[in-house]
Write a protein that binds this ligand. Structure first.
Ligand SMILES: C[S@@+](CC[C@H](N)C(=O)[O-])C[C@H]1O[C@@H](n2cnc3c(N)ncnc32)[C@H](O)[C@@H]1O
Length: 289
């Protein structure tokens, strides 16, 4: 949603310093810089492939972008390290990138031969470890809490009985087959029956909801007066956290809520990028100093 991001994030056309918390393939950063040459951006991403994208385009970015390969929950520490204590806007485009989903070596997609799902390869916990070593109850709770999967217990039981035969689940495609073998067939549902389990595992492995909560709690301290925070989320668990945080800050007189209703992707964008069909964008503005 680059044009909507530009429209809502940039509150002054006299330059300014912005944070792109989720650089990914650099799409939003590049769009913003093309639209407004005078801004500067501190871009975060914890994935090595994003630092590669940044390094490839470093000459184009010149002095406009500083790239930080770290978890965005450490935003405060990293900004202070480059002598920044206030910014004019914060952009967060959550979830995994298309590049991460499409790279079969990363294990995010259903037909991958590996079971990894780490966005940051420096972290130790992989989806394979979770699926092969966590208790039946823990697995069911992960599928239910992070995927809202109502058949979580049946699925966890099927994984457990597979493991009890002495087998190891090595790949995403193997996991998908096990999940599909127990999910009740519903004619109306067009998505892959393993979607919720995969979402839950990815969120758990990357600690996505906790990272988001920490970032949202740091944002008001970093935003300048009239600075904006724009968050794009892809499922209801994330969107609920954003909505509640904005409401809390509104009640405390810290934020004005700019988007009374969520902004969704245009038909044109959904045609070009099918993933954007579930994107929800919320925007808030800092009041006072
Ligand atoms: C949906 S993509 C962003 C795409 C980007 N806006 C673009 O235009 O190319 C999300 C990115 O955020 C990164 N990410 C997710 N959680 C993160 C976190 N806690 N800290 C740093 N980066 C994170 C992922 O590695 C991924 O590259």
């Amino acid at each position: 949603m680059p044009s909507e991001v530009f429209q809502y994030l940039i509150n002054s056309f006299n330059g300014g310093l912005y944070v792109d918390c989720t650089f990914g393939g650099g799409g939003h950063t590049k769009y913003l810089l093309n639209k407004l040459k005078s801004i500067r951006i501190v871009a975060f991403d914890w994935d090595e492939s994003s630092s590669t994208v940044f390094l490839k385009d470093r000459d184009k970015f010149k002095d406009s972008v500083i790239f930080v390969r770290d978890n965005f929950k450490n935003i405060m520490k990293n900004l202070l390290a480059v002598n920044v204590n206030k910014v004019d806007g914060i952009l967060v485009d959550l979830g995994a990138s298309s590049e991460q989903f499409n790279d079969l070596e990363r294990g995010f997609s259903f037909n991958s031969d590996v079971l990894d799902m780490r966005m940051d390869k420096r972290s130790n916990l992989t989806a394979k470890e979770v699926i092969n070593s966590y208790s039946r109850e823990d697995l069911a709770n992960i599928f239910y809490n992070y995927g809202e999967e109502y058949e979580s217990r049946r699925i966890a039981a099927a994984i457990f009985s597979y493991r009890n035969k002495g087998k190891v689940i090595n790949s995403a495609s193997e996991l998908q087959s096990i999940v599909c073998s127990v999910k009740k067939y519903r004619k109306k549902i067009k998505i892959n029956p393993a979607t919720k389990v995969f979402q839950a595992l990815r969120i758990f492995v990357n600690n996505e909801l906790e990272n988001l909560k920490i970032l949202l709690s740091e944002a008001p301290k970093l935003l300048s007066s009239r600075g904006r925070i724009v968050v794009i989320s892809f499922h209801s668990l994330e969107d609920r956290i954003v909505k509640q945080n904005f409401k809390h800050n509104f009640n405390c007189g810290v934020y004005k809520i700019i988007t009374k209703k969520v902004i969704v992707a245009s038909h044109k964008e959904i045609k070009m990028n099918f993933r954007s069909r579930s994107a929800k964008m919320r925007v808030a503005e800092k009041i006072g100093a």
